[in-house]
Write a protein that binds this ligand. Structure first.
Ligand SMILES: Cc1cc2nc3c(=O)[nH]c(=O)nc-3n(C[C@H](O)[C@H](O)[C@H](O)COP(=O)(O)O)c2cc1C
Ligand code: SF4
Ligand code: FES
Length: 560
């Protein structure tokens, strides 16, 4: 391997060192000390810095990786579909535990958190291929063949939806630029900066990445900055278990995202955009890159250029400041705010960071007017939301409907009950940092406000269904395990709290839910909620405390 030649194309590029390390990994299956030294030299970094970056990201290794790594999704939607049993079956069949390689290093069994096919789990990735609905009996197929079991994307009862974003997805050739234009695509580019800003404000659009923050405030802030250099960064890290909307739109209608980013660039005066894409989405990477190339060839990117940057396996890099660090080629350590990215973001310049779906909503708003958008939905939850139904549900998939439908309507009308035929015991809404809710709360309308009233959040729109075999104490344990694995480590409440919280739940499950233990658990959750630097530590208490509140029997407590 000629490491110099391999990494040369990435020197001088934003985040180039991570792309270079990825190239070495792809080529050699490891980044050994000789390669580390060459990378350090080439990027003018110390060896310690390069090693620091390597150790932060799950995708990078410093010793030889197995010829074939079987990555088994361990996240919630796959848990609801039996990934724990699948893992045990694979461990028995291969004679190795999760996290180990076979003695001859031909096969490794690895953990991955969400592959974006949550409606069809349990899921496994081998190479760039996702295998869905896998059982341990499929092991030979996984090892021997390259056949894909990856299913087509699903839109249950499409005709009952109001698709402002996903109307072309799955219907049109994603890369046919002429067809996109014939459907009105890119006809918005003549709009003025002030016109776009005014429509975004009128629309009431809120960010779909999780926090639901009003988009226009960020747009206006970036637009108001006096800087020659500004950026649009699309957050395509989609790490929440049970979510796959970003993947589907990027694979199914990539020009929509490009048009949304172009409009954002025009409105705030940015000339460059990056799409930070998680490495678990190789198909999206290919489609997006090809779409960008075709748009560039057609002259659409003459004033605003776009690049896809591929992450390296880290949930916390979905948090916007950790993402910016990563995009700058560093460990994904969360930044303290202020300054906000809108004022000092990528390379210290004003940066508009938005989720894929937020940006994909923009073309509809500009085509139809902010006022028209604001009339859809309920109150301050304007527009539509692509809800993603997964886990133990008969008809999983993506459903784009206006805010306001109840959880029950979505589960029963679209989902058709559980896949197992057993009663629903709980849903988790909003990803791994989201609340577990019991059927008694299923008449809650899906709006930001109504969910906040019951201590929950919409997050990125993932709804994971669990039948009555789920143990919510085990799910609470998982919330801490996940936080421990994904914490960036910057602050104590999250770094240490997640470890102690996991130990405490183990004690409660093994030795009993004594009042002191439960009080300690609440205290720990309060400390994490109030004293964590970002919402990774701040929101991990939500799944834990909602499980404890709504399902006390699973912890060995009486119902109150
Ligand atoms: C731990 C953590 C993980 C996050 N992961 C994502 C993610 O995968 N995708 C995303 O769009 N936003 C994610 N966010 C939210 C981002 O920090 C940020 O709010 C968002 O990208 C802004 O875009 P929006 O305004 O369109 O929502 C995450 C936040 C936290 C605290
Ligand atoms: S809460 Fe966790 S992820 Fe966030 S800054 Fe602190 S240690 Fe990092
Ligand atoms: S693919 Fe397993 S939770 Fe998403």
């Amino acid at each position: 391997m000629d490491v110099d030649a391999l990494i040369k194309p990435f020197t001088g590029k934003t985040g180039g060192v991570i792309s270079a390390l990825r190239a070495v990994m792809r080529d050699a299956g490891q980044i050994d000390s000789a390669a580390q030294r060459i990378v350090a030299n080439c990027f003018n970094l110390s060896l310690a810095e390069v090693r620091g970056i390597i150790s932060f990201y799950d995708d990078f290794r410093t010793s030889p990786t197995a010829a074939r790594a079987i990555k088994v999704c361990q996240a919630e939607a796959c848990q609801a579909r039996g990934c724990r049993e699948l893992t045990t079956g694979l461990e028995d069949a291969l004679g190795i535990r999760l996290g180990e390689s076979s003695p001859d290093n031909t096969t490794a069994l690895e953990t991955v958190y969400c592959l974006g096919y949550c409606h069809a789990g349990p899921n496994v990735m081998v190479g760039d291929t996702v295998y869905t609905d896998v059982s341990a009996e499929d092991l030979d197929d996984l090892i021997e063949t390259a056949d894909t079991k990856t299913p087509a994307d699903v839109f249950p009862r499409r005709e009952d939806q109001q698709q402002l974003i996903f109307n072309r997805c799955g219907q049109a050739d994603p890369l046919d630029l002429d067809a996109y234009r014939a459907d009105g695509g890119f006809n918005t580019l003549t709009h003025s900066s002030t016109g776009i800003l005014s429509d975004i404000k009128q629309s009431g659009l809120r960010g779909r990445g999780g926090a639901g923050f009003p988009a226009h405030i960020k747009w206006q802030t970036v637009a108001d900055q006096d800087s020659e250099e500004k950026y649009i960064v699309c957050n395509a890290d989609e790490g929440d278990a049970g979510t796959f909307a970003d993947r589907m739109i990027m694979e199914g209608d990539p020009y929509l995202l490009i048009e949304g980013m172009l409009l954002a660039g025009q409105a705030v005066g940015a000339g460059k955009g990056y799409i930070y894409l998680r490495s678990e989405y190789p198909r999206a990477a290919v489609t997006l890159s090809e779409a960008i190339e075709r748009a560039r060839t057609e002259g659409l990117l003459s004033e605003f250029d776009l690049e896809v940057f591929i992450g390296a396996g880290s949930y916390i890099c979905g948090e916007e400041t950790a993402l910016l660090e990563s995009l700058e080629g560093k460990r994904g350590i969360v930044r303290a705010k202020p300054p906000l990215p809108a004022i000092a973001g990528l390379h210290g310049k004003p940066t508009l960071v938005h989720n894929v779906i937020t940006l994909c909503t923009v073309p509809w708003i500009i085509r139809n007017g902010g006022e028209a958008y604001s009339r859809i939905g309920v109150g301050a939850s304007t527009g539509t939301m692509p809800f993603q139904l997964s886990g133990n549900v008969r008809h999983g998939g993506l459903i784009e409907v206006p805010f306001g439908m109840t959880i029950r309507q979505l589960l029963e009308d679209f989902g058709g009950g559980t896949a197992s035929g057993r009663p629903v015991k709980a849903v988790q809404i909003g990803g791994p940092l989201g609340a577990y809710l019991p059927p008694a709360l299923f008449d809650t309308p899906l709006t930001y406000e109504a969910l906040a009233d019951i201590g929950a959040g919409i997050g990125h729109g993932g709804i994971i269904v669990f039948d009555d075999t789920v143990d919510l104490a085990e799910q609470a344990r998982y919330a801490f395990t996940f936080c421990e694995h994904e914490s960036c480590g910057k602050c104590t409440p999250c770094r240490i709290g997640s470890v102690r919280g996991g130990e405490l739940i183990d004690e409660i499950r093994d030795q009993g839910a004594e009042p002191e233990r439960i009080t300690l658990l609440h205290d720990l959750c309060e400390t994490m909620r109030d004293a964590s630097l970002c919402q990774m530590g701040g929101m991990t208490p939500i799944p834990v405390e909602s499980a404890l509140k709504h399902f006390p029997r699973d912890f060995g407590l009486e119902e109150t």
